[in-house]
Design a protein around this ligand. Sequence first.
Ligand code: SF4
Ligand code: SF4
Length: 625
Amino acid sequence: MGNHKETYPLIRHLGLLLFLAGFGLFIGIFFLSDYRLTEEALQEAFSYKEEVAPMAVSQTLPDDTRPATPPPLYWLMVKEAEPMMGETYNWNFSFVDRLNDLFERTNERVLAIYGLSDDEIEKIIEVSRLETNLEYNTTLALAQLEGEGQLLEERQQLLRDYTGWMEGRTYETSEALEQELRSTLEGLEMGITEGEGISSYSAKGYLTSLVKYSTIGWIANYTWLFFWLAFGLSTAGALMYILPGLGTVAGIKHNNIFFSSLKNRGWLGVLLGTFLILFYIILYFYPYYMTNWILLVEPFCYWMTGNPASEFFLYGFLYTLAVLVMGVRMLIKYRHSNYHKIRTASLMFFQLAFAFIIPEILVALNKPYFDFKNIWPLNYDFFFDYRLDEFLANGTLGLFMLGWGIALIIIAVPLFTYLYGKRWYCSWVCGCGALAENLGDPFRQLSNKSVEAWNVERALVHSVLVFAVGMTIAVLYTYFTASSEFLGISTYTLREIYGFAIGAVFAGVVGTGFYPLMGNRVWCRYGCPLAAYIGIIQRFRSRFRITTNGGQCISCGNCSTYCEMGIDVRWYAQRGQNVVRASCVGCGICASVCPRGVLKLENKDPKGRFGNPILIGNEHVSVIE
Ligand code: SF4
Ligand code: SF4
């Protein structure tokens, strides 16, 4: 028995070495492939969107005619890709550049097939000038379109949709008609690219799949081997580093924590933060650069779900692995406390079963992806049209999911928060909480305890809640009225802003990337709309409070230091006042690190939960009434 660092040093050093080897290999894998585009890769990448027939690729489409039936997008792309087929690229950045050019050329080809040629535009103007005295007539315009069959019908429909509003309008000159027509057709061209070509929305997915299926070299050939080397070595190494902690005396040890480069914003902390921030930026905005990592979990994903892996499967896998491995560390570090042992086990269970295994099994069974513990507004797209349609299209199971989600919001959250405070969710169930508590534990002391930070926290977290509620009301309004705007605002714009600024940047890049710089609960504290909602209930209508035995407090400040939510617990303890704060997630660490047993997490009658400050006088302890 002895100091943590003195126990089994050889095993710990070996573990660290193995972890670094596995992690280093994982980083190296990012760069370790060549790329070659093939017809098969195009087919694989596009098959999830289109029913494609391989034989169609060998057919030719003369450049100057329009086919009778719309050609599959991948087919057009194969034609445009011919010059780069068979070329090998050693660098995914240059390969992605070439693919972007390919997408651009394919979209031009799509426009040439579905759009209007200059000749057709001239004919429309001419016929309007000669036959209707410059009055735009849709029927005459439609008759000027060339082609035959299904494609002609599609083109006519597009022209009708986009120029219908000009019907019956008379123009003073043919130039004025041409100007109006051409500017209207710009919208039509955008619509064609978005609908028939590679839209800005779908380009990311296509790029990611194409790069993944074009990968050649070691990772593609020995995927399982690299999977085990990267994840097996780092997991085994981490456990070898963590498990010797069992040989030490139980109880929390924070020795030298502020001298640690990793745990006190030294160069190691900055390096780790930079890595996490870059990881999230690539994950959300440039997933086509991390295809080697996605490929690494591809066989595992096929084994588990029968489907190819996406960047989000990779993310779910890494996330769960981090929660589990660092959960073992938590179980050992806090093993003197049943509260922490059960709480950590609960977080590990909910992440593994509810956030990872069950949703992936549902997808494998062709059911909607659903995390049964993810509650709106944290789960901000729960009421989006495509989700509601998905629920309604999935019979009893879909309706159960919808009902379950609503019951969580209006029954479970108020009821459990009343009974147990915010902790029932934030520190026992939530996936963000699981990562923050387990992976983020070494950084909890970095949270800002100032009053200014508290003010920023309240303003930010409640603004996000208001935004999320407003957006959801707008989206529901458009869903039931079939309009695309609410009070003149496009709900798509609202969704895009929220998804980008809150869903990706705040929750991901900042929320986790800044663990080693701002502490482990950045997202929960400043951004999570569900935490704001639960916090309001906890503050005003709950049985939960942290009671303080003020007379015992020696003002050491441990509680404040290790409060991940930046609450200055000592301030309350010194006054003997109960801690009743909206932001407290009930992790219980403040109570565990207190050397004097001053703090106690309690659920009692809400009456008198704020308690009364106790003053320590010269002769006696008195309670201020
Ligand atoms: S006050 Fe205590 S229980 Fe609440 S969040 Fe801070 S450390 Fe956790
Ligand atoms: S950790 Fe305990 S003794 Fe130290 S300041 Fe907080 S309440 Fe007081």
